[in-house]
Ligand binder design. Sequence first.
Ligand code: PXP
Length: 260
Amino acid sequence: MTKSEPLGRLRLGVNIDHVATVRNARGGPYPDPVRAARLAETAGADGITAHLREDRRHITDADIEALSKGIEIPLNLEMAATDEMQAIALRHKPHAVCLVPERRQERTTEGGLEVARDENRLAHFIAPLRDAGCRVSIFIAADRRQIEAAHRIGAPVIELHTGAYCEHDIAGDVAARDAECERLREMAQFAHELGLEVHAGHGLTFENVKPIAAFPEVMELNIGHFLVGEAIFSGLDSSIRRMRSLMDEARREAFGEGVA
Ligand code: PXP
């Protein structure tokens, strides 16, 4: 295979956390994240992503329970590497578990997981999840040291943190954005050469998704906040369909017609 061929179809995981954020603003039952997940499925999502945070600020335990039972497409549970979350994941056995760093005072997941300094613990942490059949991924910065550590602990998948790339894009710092994009591209390639499956996400929008979607090694993008925000103007169905079509367009532009 040449570098100019994608490794496979690029999947879209739709993160529905912020449907729950809006619901929780009033404490009632709507808007319902499961309804959003079902709608995402009909709009072309390949999976649903939900982050059960330690402080339950958006997704709740009941949401994870309802999503586990109420959707047909795979559920990707994002969580911190804590005993509490491990027990929840082992109870529900979602298709995928993505380990993310978590700090209570942060507004969103600010950096990647520090795998290199916590290898032994994380290797033990993911073993039962893998034994239970969950596809474990580790959310990390585009950093060679972290990628190597994720590989050493036996994680089959990494998700590259695109937050810095997106922040530079929003700030209009083209040079910094392009440098970060190049770093992500190189690290996607490096991770793939180690045998890891590569995903990416955080902060992606209609404006900045295409360069990332064009990386041949990237198999999945997880996108949430922008899609839910855009749904205010165009509806969730339309925002997801547009994102899907931009991802497909990026693949066609990079690899030719017939490739998505
Ligand atoms: N991937 C991971 C690991 C995340 O933690 C998040 C945010 O929850 C996302 C993707 C989606 O990011 P955004 O909501 O900014 O699209």
